[in-house]
Write a protein that binds this ligand. Structure first.
Ligand code: COA
Length: 334
């Protein structure tokens, strides 16, 4: 029988510090009204100084394992653009802190599409028999690369982590990951980037104070790519699964901007009441965005067992990915 990867646990964590639009620095020359109407964001969470992506990932991973009900997995895949350090990867430390001795552990960097790329990795590990159970975490500390005085990015991004446990199962089970579409276009690499500290733009001692490590984004251009790429990727998945858009009960898209999500839904012909969103509470949490939207959707009842759910994400790279599953009945644990 064909082996499938089945979502069987879900958890997430947000650092306690809440930053409302009014809490942002006055120098940004922005307003709560502008941010809400142009992005849908009302607040976001920022990690405390000294707190790193691994700290968030461990909290989310612990909750996903508790939701799964068993403490062990064979592999940990950590999707992040903001690892604790350049080397080594952050996943091995996260695995060890979760008590997962000897588990395979590696990072995936596909920016805001990281969770979809991670799902593909986890699915591959399971369907090829390399692993029976995989913990996939999307975790980000974007506050560490945000220029607090850049109004094109500072109000948009937030910190957080979301995680799922996937186990080997049957393709017709609720939670089984369906066809996956992934893609990239490196001609758009300049549109969202953080150069400083990489091998091309090395950081001299003390130069990080000049803000070279800050994220820059050509927001308007990125916006257009996001809608077009996610819509095309979703169509590919629907075609591969031979599923019509009328059969989609829920759309869970990367929470980049509520206007992007709505335009995407319009493009696909999915009504607004079928769209799961939490961007008002968390902003754009990059690789953590989709699992946190799943978690909040389950918690507030907008995502329920049995609903055929389309997942899609887009990010720096440019990168994008989509998949389809029937939402499973999961137990959430704190
Ligand atoms: N507060 C107030 N005014 C702002 C502002 C802010 N935070 N940011 C931009 N503006 C101003 C601009 O200066 C500009 O003014 P002007 O018309 O006088 O020149 C005007 O608002 C429009 O700027 P623009 O950049 O075109 O705004 P926008 O509607 O595209 O919104 C983003 C900006 C960043 C919110 C939006 O482009 C976006 O969400 N882009 C995609 C982000 C994304 O998806 N990123 C991640 C992908 S993973």
């Amino acid at each position: 029988m064909t082996r499938a990867a089945v979502i069987s646990g879900l958890g997430g964590w947000l650092p306690p510090r809440v930053v409302t639009n009014d809490d942002l620095p006055a120098e940004l020359d922005t307003s709560d009204r502008w941010i809400r109407t142009r992005t849908g964001i009302a607040r976001r969470h920022f990690a405390a100084r000294g707190s790193a992506t691994s700290d968030l990932a461990v909290e989310a991973g612990r909750r996903a394992l508790a939701s799964f009900g068993e403490p062990n997995v064979d592999a940990v895949v950590l999707a992040t653009t903001t690892p604790d350090r350049t080397c080594p990867g952050t996943a091995p430390e996260v695995a060890t802190r979760l008590g997962l001795e000897d588990a395979a552990a590696f990072d995936v960097n596909a920016a805001c599409a990281g969770f979809l790329y991670g799902l593909a990795c986890a699915t591959g590990l399971i369907t090829t028999g390399v692993a029976d159970r995989v913990l996939l975490i999307g975790a980000e500390t974007y506050s560490s690369i945000l220029d607090p005085l850049d109004r094109g990015t500072a109000p948009i991004f937030g910190d957080g982590a979301g995680a799922v446990v996937l186990r080997a199962g049957a393709p017709d089970e609720p939670g089984a990951i369906g066809p996956i579409d992934l893609g990239s276009d490196g001609t758009g690499a300049e549109l969202i980037r953080a150069d400083g500290g990489g091998s091309r733009q090395r950081l001299a001692e003390g130069r990080e104070r000049d803000g070279e490590h800050y994220l820059t984004m050509a927001g308007r251009e990125v916006f257009k790519h996001a809608v077009v790429r996610m819509a095309a990727s979703c169509q590919t998945v629907l075609e591969r699964a031979a599923v019509g858009v009328a059969d989609i009960d829920r759309l869970v898209a990367h929470q980049a901007n509520i206007r992007i999500v709505r335009q995407l839904a319009d493009e696909l012909g999915i009504e607004r009441d079928r769209v799961v969103t939490n961007i008002d509470r968390v902003g754009n949490t990059a690789a953590a965005s989709v699992p946190l939207a799943l978690l909040h959707g389950v918690a507030d009842g907008t995502l329920r067992p049995g609903q055929r759910t389309l997942l899609t994400a887009f990010g720096a790279g440019l990168t994008w990915g989509s998949t389809l599953l029937t939402w499973p009945d999961l137990v959430l644990r704190d």
